[in-house]
Ligand binder design. Structure first.
Ligand SMILES: Cc1ncc(COP(=O)(O)O)c(C=O)c1O
Length: 404
């Protein structure tokens, strides 16, 4: 088959792009990737916001090998369970901001989001609130690409062209909690839940404005709605604490996670279900929801090994040091007039360069630096093991690309 007709259809890519025009990554170590020609790249995005512990960690490979040698795969539908699934759920529960929660497992952030949305609606039904079906979403929010997450996301082009989406989603725009207050004033008795990333990621890296998350919590409490934090990017040390709910001091009712839970070595995700919601589930009949690979033992073993590395190497605290290094560089770049501003926290940042970011992202790629370009911003989210020297190389490369 010729290059231009290769079978592989890439996600979020032009279907007509020739396979040979993609960068073929063949190996990686720490924060450095190598393509098929031996060219090195600094992975300023931790792949796709997920590789917390860096690449090439044999501890995870060994743990998965041990698990697969004993039990490669089995399901966790009733009546079965396995040690790895139990252990990773316990570890995530212990690090979460919730007391005595339950943890449901899946494989992708999109599965976690759809699970959280379904559980929110289910619990409202169980509470007798049949009329509560509205899910409030936010402009710029990203919640994956299954039908629930597509309906929940605030990035309009991603919602368009698929026919009818899930009904009863209402969008709130802007960073002022007043907008959400207005929606609650109008429809509060029909709102099942609000879904929001604590710090918006894929939509452009937007930390919450002061009081916004507290405001959402207050509105949900006043009106009997559930608060869902989508921590798929924010979790596992990205914002200076295990979860952004802790960074910003707001506890949700349901919390999705994925990505950093295994550093992406194998695909694991889940929903942490706070005690009041868990009580409702436990009082009810069979939970008619689940994925074939929920609690897959090999995937969960990767999670356990990864969380141990994050803990043992103090990577949650290290994200704050990473933030200080980036901020120093951004201050110089903005001070020299090469960029307009920067925003972010700990190990996730956006640099507003005041012009289309894609050509600059491409120049950086040529220079061996991987970042994302969204609108007029360069986004970065490196492994939590990135060295000061590598951060220095990134900032130097930004300065070079921005004067061109
Ligand atoms: C906040 C958030 N939620 C959900 C998702 C979807 O995750 P996945 O691509 O694993 O389905 C993402 C992916 O980037 C995300 O950033």
């Amino acid at each position: 088959m010729s290059d231009s007709r290769a079978a592989l259809l890439h996600p979020f890519s032009s279907p007509s792009k020739a396979e040979g025009d993609f960068v073929n990554i063949v190996r990686a170590e720490g924060s450095t990737l190598y393509d098929e020609h031996g060219k090195a790249y600094i992975d300023g995005m931790a792949s796709l916001w997920y590789c917390q512990v860096g690449h090439g960690r044999h501890e995870i490979v060994d743990a998965v090998t041990r698990q697969m040698s004993a039990l490669a795969t089995y399901n966790t539908f009733d009546p079965f369970t396995n040690d790895a699934a139990r252990e990773v759920a316990d570890l995530v529960a212990a690090k979460s901001p919730m007391d005595d929660p339950r943890v449901f497992l899946g494989c992708s952030g999109s599965e976690a989001v759809d699970t959280a949305l379904k559980i929110a609606r289910l619990v409202q039904q169980r509470r007798g609130n049949d009329g509560r079906q509205i899910i409030v979403r936010r402009d710029r929010g990203y919640h994956g690409t299954n039908f629930g997450g597509t309906s929940a996301q605030g990035i309009a082009p991603n919602r368009e062209g698929w026919g009818d989406l899930v009904p009863h989603f209402e969008q709130v725009d802007g960073d002022d909690i007043e907008e959400m207050s207005k929606l609650f004033a109008e429809k509060g008795d029909r709102i099942a839940a609000v879904i929001s990333e604590p710090m918006q990621g894929a939509g452009g890296v937007y930390p919450p404005t002061d009081g916004y998350l507290e405001g959402m919590r207050r509105l949900c409490d006043q009106h009997g709605a559930l608060l869902i934090f989508d921590e798929v990017i924010c979790g596992f040390g990205r914002t200076g604490e295990w979860f952004a709910g802790q960074t910003y001091g707001v506890v949700p009712d349901l919390m999705t996670f994925a990505k950093g839970v295994t550093s992406g070595y194998l695909p694991l995700s889940g929903v942490v279900i706070g005690r009041p919601v868990a009580d409702e589930l436990e009082a009810g009949d069979i939970l008619r929801h689940g994925y074939t690979y929920s609690g897959h033992p090999a995937v969960c073993a990767a999670g356990v090994a990864n969380l141990k590395i994050i803990e043992d190497e103090g990577l949650v605290a290290r994200s704050l040091h990473i933030g200080e290094q980036f901020e120093k560089g951004f201050q110089a770049i903005v001070g020299d007039g090469m960029a307009k501003s920067y925003r972010g926290i700990a190990a996730v940042w956006g640099l507003d360069i005041g012009r289309d970011a894609i050509p600059v992202r491409d120049a950086l790629l040529d220079d061996g630096i991987i970042v994302r370009g969204v609108g007029e911003s360069l986004l970065m989210c490196p492994p939590l093991v990135i060295t000061d020297d590598e951060i220095g190389q990134m900032v130097e490369s930004f300065a070079k690309a921005l004067v061109q």
